[in-house]
Each structure stands twice: as C-alpha cells, then as structure tokens.
Design a protein around this ligand. Sequence first.
Ligand code: PEP
Ligand code: MG
Length: 326
Amino acid sequence: ERLSEVRGMDSVTLDGARVELGANVGSSRDLDEVLKNDAEAIGLYRTEFLYLESSMLPTEDEQFEAYRSVVAGMGGRPVVIRTLDIGGDKKLDYLSIPEEENPFLGYRAIRLCLDRQDIFKVQLRAILRSSAFGKVRILFPMISSLEELRAAKGLLEEAKEELRAESVEFDEGVTSGIMVEVPSAAILSDQFAGECDFFSIGTNDLIQYTVAVDRGNDKLSPLYSPCHPAVLRLVKTVIENGRRAGIPVAMCGEAAGDPRLIPVLLGMGLTEFSMSPSSILQARWMVRNLRKSDLEKAAEYVVTLGTTAEAEAFCESLLMSPDLCG
Ligand code: PEP
Ligand code: MG
C-alpha cells in the first residue's frame, strides 16, 4: 500500500535530482506489468525472445509488428531496443552454430550479428521502422572494442539508407548506444563515450566477466556480487566517463533494481535505472526518500573498500539512513 502511493509521482530525490526508472521486458506481453507499475520507459527490450520462441528466423515484418506494438504501447515514452543477444546460454536450434568450449566467451551477440549481416540488417530495418511509432533507442550488446561499435553503426546507417531509398518512414533522430557489460568497454568508456549516444551498464554480464564467475553457477554464487570492489570501480568509471562526455548513462542489469545498490548508484550520478517491472515502485519510493548530495561521499568511499563483504556491509548501512527509515 505504501508503495502504491508513489504511482504517478516523479522519481526525484529529496534534493531535487530526477532519475528515470524504466522496465526490462522480453515481449509485448510484459506491457501490462510495465504500465501497472508506472514505468517511465522501457530501458531494455530483450529481443532475443522473439527469435527463441520461433522455429525459424523471424521475418522483418514479424519483427516490425512485435517492436511496433511495444513502442506504440508506451505512448511516446522511450523504448530501448537491444539487438539480438544470442549465444552463451541462449541458443537458436535453427542457426547451426558449432559447439564451443567457452560459449560465454564465444561467438555471440554483436559478434554473431557482425558476421551474419544478413540477420542483423533485417533486425535493424525492423527496429528502425518501429521508430516511426514512438521514441526508440537502439542498444548494441556485448561490445568489447571500438571497431565493433563502428561496424554496427555502419550497418545501421546502411539500413537507414535503404529505408530512405524505399521511402519507408523511420525516426531520423533515433539514437544508438552500447551495453557496457564487458570490462574492456568499461575501461575504454572514455573512448566509447565520444562515439555513441548513451551507455547502458549490464551488470549481469559485467560481474561475470570482471570476476571470472559464470553467472549461472550456483556453487560460485558467493563470488558473484555487484559489490565486488572491482565491479563498483568499473561502474563508477563508466558513469563518470559518460557524464564527462555529456551522454546519458543507464543501468539495466539486476543491480539497478537492487535496493542495496540504489543509494550508491545515485551517489555516483547514475540517472537511468532499468529493472524488472515489479521493482519499480520500490525503487521510486527509495529515490524519493534519499538525498543525492549526501550519497556522493558514500559513492566516493565505497570504491576505496577492498573486499566484497566490506562493500556489502557499507551499502546495507546506507539503508539505515534516517531519510529512509524515518
Ligand atoms: C546484463 O548483462 O546485465 C543484461 C542486462 O543483459 P542480459 O541479462 O540479458 O545478459
Ligand atoms: Mg548481458
């Protein structure tokens, strides 16, 4: 009941810092939940489910219909559509990809799309066409080098050219950005910031690749923490590099909706959070009861800690602040 009081309210801290709280979705079937929980955007649309639910590659028109219904359903609020993030633990039976010894380090996501430009182009055209129905942002997953970003942007420009030549409508103002989920992208984020329109930090993979822990391995789960000091430092670096370059920085990994992390992320200057729809009202309630200026020092301090346990304990202590408990 307390949480439903913040429905319809702004996501703004006690000292006036506004953030955007978005939802992660896998299809238009999630729209009800998104709207019920008052999401301000779709911060991550995982398009791979469309491919996984199909017995062959979805056509451009099928994809366009799926994206259009999500984009139009959001009534002008931003929708971040992530291009195909297949591979790793997500396999398409109808794409014969040779077995790999280390699929999480293998032929996946943008690597596959840059190799199979026939598949990628169809998706880019479908996404662009959907941009005529709302506010679309295009997100490239698993980017680990500037060359990949440049190649992906080149293909996006080709897709735009094709649509222009065919007089097919799309939003000329559509923006594109990268998932920062590989440590190389986080470390080089100052370079990337000059060549893309936004960042979205994918902590689910960033943790696994930074700490070298398979995100699905239960036996190793104590090692898999967003509070690992190396992960916190990378997150802070990415937010700072984005801010310096004047581009928005979002987070769409699980950490964005984790109450333990929200105070330090606010303190670090994160402005867009995307999470499971059911976490949004809780996050808004927290944001509205926190003071960003108080958290800036906390964000500086947390990255001086040496162990996950210390950082976790410190993040939890912030939840005891008088503003949140009063
Ligand atoms: C992530 O890696 O943090 C992310 C949001 O993407 P996914 O969980 O789909 O890999
Ligand atoms: Mg990921």
